[in-house]
Ligand binder design. Structure first.
Ligand code: SF4
Length: 385
């Protein structure tokens, strides 16, 4: 039985994941649920996921978008299943992609069963919304027969009226009780392959709701801020909510919901995970903010290094600094650094000077060379967590 008051239990990060940075609490121990071949919860790395904005019935366009999302690092993808044609399309989409596919269903229990039969790896449906006990039992049995987990996803718009009355409206307490009500329906059928999400568009409320639910059950938690907004503001809101929760050890999979290109969602997800030292994917560029001591055109140098890094996939950390005042030791966390000053450019490796150059182009060429060599030889590679 997974519904219980859960103490904070320490568990170690998975061996392949980099050690979380100082200040990140040990993770809340959740049960591990498999979504296709991707583990979610337990000691698994925090999984990155997203949702298509294509019409699922348009198989070619949907597959093309999913392949783009895969390339950007998406590990689990969700598609809307509003009708039977969309459910049938899963059978054509699934063989053409390489990551688990989640069928997102509202209300119609028959679409859940159809999606399971057509190859979905997970169902997103709230049992409280699909009608009588017989329908719920059929969906649960179907999920069991196909070995599929179910995500119970409650949000501000799905809270039941009696809970809105009980808690005086839409708030973290009513969200949590709504989620637990749906979980209990599944638990009555002895079904526990559950992932939970409680989405609010307010980061503070989302933080509060996830903290509460983490104390009430040990199901893996899917973190998200709904209707977060366009790329910049949406990423910031998501980073505040998810960053806070992940730093407290709460959260097993994340989705950043943005009004913008899908690749931006993955970039934001990995940015959050990377900032906390929970995952590393691709190169990381750090640069100084510049100040009155600046002696070079830092902005254009950063832009040029960014272009070089587009050809690098290993998780190498590169620092670009605008002067040599504080010394290369300032970038000792970086694998490589370039420090520009009046008439001198320093190339550094883990904070140690490797070479001095008198002009910028030579220094930049040297940095490009070592990055591309490292990429080729994979001598800088760290396993992607
Ligand atoms: Fe200023 Fe130099 Fe620090 Fe950049 S590295 S912020 S230019 S002191």
């Amino acid at each position: 039985m997974a519904i219980k008051s859960l103490p904070i239990i320490a568990n170690e990060p998975p061996p392949e994941a980099p050690k979380p940075m100082w200040g990140v609490m040990k993770r809340h121990l959740t049960r591990k649920v498999m979504v296709g071949n991707v583990p979610v919860g337990g000691d698994a790395p925090v999984a990155v996921q997203s949702m298509c904005d294509t019409d699922t019935r348009d198989v070619a366009t949907t597959v093309a978008q999913i392949l783009e999302m895969e390339a950007a690092g998406c590990e689990i993808v969700r598609v809307a299943v509003p009708d039977e044609v969309a459910g049938e399309a899963i059978a054509k989409i699934r063989p053409q992609i390489h990551i688990p596919l989640v069928a997102d269903i509202h209300f119609d229990w028959r679409l859940a069963i159809l999606s399971a039969k057509k190859g979905a790896d997970k169902l997103r449906i709230n049992p409280g919304n699909i009608g009588g006990k017989k329908k719920i039992a059929e969906v649960v049995q179907c999920a069991k027969d196909h070995g599929l987990p179910i995500r119970v996803g409650v949000n501000q718009g799905s809270i039941e009226n009696d809970l809105l009355d009980k808690y005086g409206g839409n708030n973290p307490e009513s969200l949590v009780d709504s989620a637990m009500r749906n979980v209990e329906i599944l638990a009555e059928h002895d079904f526990h392959d559950i992932i939970l999400s409680l989405k609010s568009s307010n980061p503070g409320e989302a933080i509060h709701a996830y903290r509460l639910i983490a104390q009430r059950c040990d199901y893996p938690l899917h973190l998200g801020v709904t209707e977060a907004g366009p790329v910049k503001t949406g990423s910031l809101k998501s980073a505040v909510a998810m960053g806070t929760l992940l730093a407290e050890g709460i959260g097993d999979t994340i989705r950043v919901s943005l009004t913008g290109p899908k690749a931006e969602e993955m970039e934001a997800c990995y940015g959050i995970l990377q900032a906390l030292g929970l995952r590393r994917r691709g190169p990381e560029l750090v640069s100084c903010p510049s100040c009155g001591r600046i002696e070079i055109d830092l902005m254009s140098l950063v832009e040029e290094v960014q272009i070089t890094l587009k050809s690098v996939s290993s998780p190498v950390k590169v620092a670009v600094m605008g002067c040599v005042v504080n010394g290369p030791g300032e970038a000792r966390d970086a694998d490589w650094g370039i420090f520009g000053g009046k008439g001198v450019y320093l190339l550094t490796r883990h904070g140690e000077i490797v070479e001095r150059y008198t002009n910028r182009e030579e220094a930049k060429a040297a940095l490009t060379r070592v990055l591309l060599e490292g990429e080729r030889e994979q001598t800088l590679a760290v396993p992607v967590g």
